[in-house]
Design a protein around this ligand. Structure first.
Ligand code: RAM
Length: 542
């Protein structure tokens, strides 16, 4: 019976994704116009290299490589690159934008073109491990190496690709029959973030200041004309990343128009059934990756709208987008049975919580659905629309009871997930965030999970955000403080000037895609210490 019900629900959900357009063409067009009108201005800065460096293989360094300064960049501008053949430059910090260089003749006249290879990297290993034959699951083209043929010297040449990097390796390919130097070069760095609007207490410890600074730098780089997930990869707007970026933005750049733009883009590009698609692109024209419906992200779009309303009191936008919020909940509820359980087994949609291999998402999804109901109800309350969601409180109750019965082992005091009864951190955090567990139960569950060998840990700062969040909800201030300092401070100690997409303190080579150089090392979802540090100064700034 349960199977048949699930099948029916599944067909309903898929048809919700594929039905006739629920938002109407002109509404979508208007939403796109609003998104366009809210596009932030980019600010530009010209940056020149800070040092010539050499790569040092060092088992103690992050991913086995670090750089050492060997000279001033000016030395390069008069050196014969035909003899030198290779150089690596450190630009001193992470940058996003466009690179320009000059070549000048030293002796003889140019009698043939020259070929140069430019490899841009965010972290040292990216420039020093072999790329070919390519062995990562994602496309080789994400790696930022570009070959340029110079036919005319003396003119500035700008590499057309926008790059994200701190280090640049330049190699002469083949032999040049004439001597030349790489002349002045510069980088046009861009971001829409603007100036930081907040301050830390002067007494704030140095490590916290630094953790905050790296978070701010990460967000700065990811704030382009949308909240990008990572300016190297995937270079696009993802819902889950936007949610965390907007929280950090509240306590740093305060650019709420950016959030408005992104919310509208997602709404305008939702499926015909009204479901927000997990990610979208701006160019050549706004479009979503239509095969990528991720229900957890669709639901977080509602939370992002709620947070936006809290930040801005922009009720016009919240009311305008309210029908979209309703649709996200509807799409999730299509998988919730009479028994109050989210039927993970029959849900064909992607449920993303973290990139940790083998994570069972049954229990996290039960919690995430309840949380979405609560958040959407809160949105309705703020808009005076409770009557439209009058059934939510009952649903929340039913799902909570079901979660306590099926996802919580009262004896051990922990949440377990799926047929294998998996113990994971994210199983605990989502039952805490949704209020299924009381503060006391949540604290016990987290402490037990954290001290149990084999408990599945998050593999990214994204999952770890929800752990700190859950600790704060359970009054575990001390532990939240220490964990944040240990985890994000760990990246800082390993040399991060922007936070990484994947980070496991025990495994520097963790990569969701099979080969670490393709990781994004300036990844927006790492920026949330900015949120925690400012939101709870008494905990994190002391
Ligand atoms: C990756 C992206 C992004 C994330 C998704 C789920 O491909 O880097 O940050 O939101 O996965």
């Amino acid at each position: 019976m349960k199977k048949i019900l699930s099948l029916v629900l599944c067909v309903m959900a898929i048809s919700a994704v594929r039905a006739d357009d629920v938002y109407k063409k002109d509404v979508r067009a208007r939403w796109l116009e609003i998104a366009e009108a809210s596009k932030p201005e980019l600010h530009y800065e010209t940056v020149r290299p800070a040092a010539i460096v050499k790569a040092v293989q060092d088992a103690a360094a992050y991913q086995g490589w670090r750089y050492e300064k060997t000279g001033e960049p000016e030395a390069l501008y008069s050196a014969n690159f035909n003899a030198q053949r290779e150089v690596t430059l450190d630009f001193g910090r992470h940058l996003v934008g466009y690179f320009t260089f000059h070549v000048k003749e030293l002796t003889n006249c140019q009698d043939a073109p020259i070929r140069l290879k430019f490899t841009f990297g965010e972290v040292p290993a990216e420039l020093n491990v072999p790329l070919d034959p390519w062995k990562a699951g994602l496309n080789r083209a994400w790696m930022q190496d570009e070959v340029v043929t110079v036919t005319n010297v003396g003119q500035p040449i700008t590499i057309p690709r926008r790059v994200a990097f701190r280090y640049l390796k330049i190699e002469l390919m083949g032999h040049s029959s004439w001597d030349f130097a790489l002349d002045d070069m510069w980088f046009k760095a861009q971001s829409s973030a603007g100036k930081v609007q907040t301050q830390l207490q002067p007494s704030c410890p140095d490590i916290v200041k630094r953790i905050n600074e790296v978070g701010v730098a990460t967000l700065h780089e990811c704030m382009q004309t949308v909240y990008e997930d990572g300016p190297k990869r995937d270079r696009r707007l993802w819902v889950g990343d936007m949610y965390l970026e907007s929280l950090a933005n509240r306590y740093s750049f305060r650019n709420n128009l950016m959030t408005k733009r992104c919310l509208y883009l997602f709404a305008a590009l939702a499926t015909e059934g009204g479901v927000v698609i997990s990610n979208c692109f701006e160019e050549p024209k706004p479009h979503a990756q239509d095969i990528s419906v991720c229900l957890t992200y669709s639901l977080l779009w509602n939370s992002s709208l709620l947070e936006y309303l809290i930040d801005t009191d922009d009720r016009t936008t919240a009311n305008d987008l309210w029908p979209v919020a309703l649709k996200q909940v509807e799409a999730a509820l299509a998988f919730v049975g009479e028994d109050g359980l989210f039927d993970r087994e029959h849900c064909p949609l992607w449920l993303f919580f973290d990139w940790r291999d083998g994570l069972d998402v049954t229990t996290p999804m039960q919690g995430a659905t309840i949380f979405a109901l609560q958040q959407t109800y809160e949105l309705a309350r703020r808009l005076g629309r409770e009557s439209e969601v009058a059934d939510y409180p009952k649903l929340i109750k039913r799902m909570t009871a079901a979660a306590r019965k099926h996802c919580f082992d009262a004896k051990r005091g922990v949440a377990l997930s799926g047929p294998s009864r998996q113990l994971s951190i994210l199983g605990q955090t989502w039952l805490i965030k949704s209020g299924v567990l009381t503060k006391k139960e949540g604290a016990r569950a987290l402490r037990t999970a954290l001290s149990t060998e084999g408990c599945v840990m998050p593999g990214t700062p994204y999952g770890t955000h929800y752990l700190i969040d859950a600790m704060m909800l359970c009054d575990m201030q001390e532990e939240a403080h220490d964990y944040l300092i240990e985890y994000w401070g760990g990246m800082v100690r390993k040399g991060a000037d922007t936070y990484w997409e994947a980070y496991d303190p025990k495994d520097d080579f963790i990569c969701p895609y099979g080969y670490h150089p393709v990781n994004s090392s300036c990844h927006a979802w790492g920026c949330t210490p900015v949120y925690f540090i400012h939101r709870f100064p008494e905990v994190f700034q002391r």
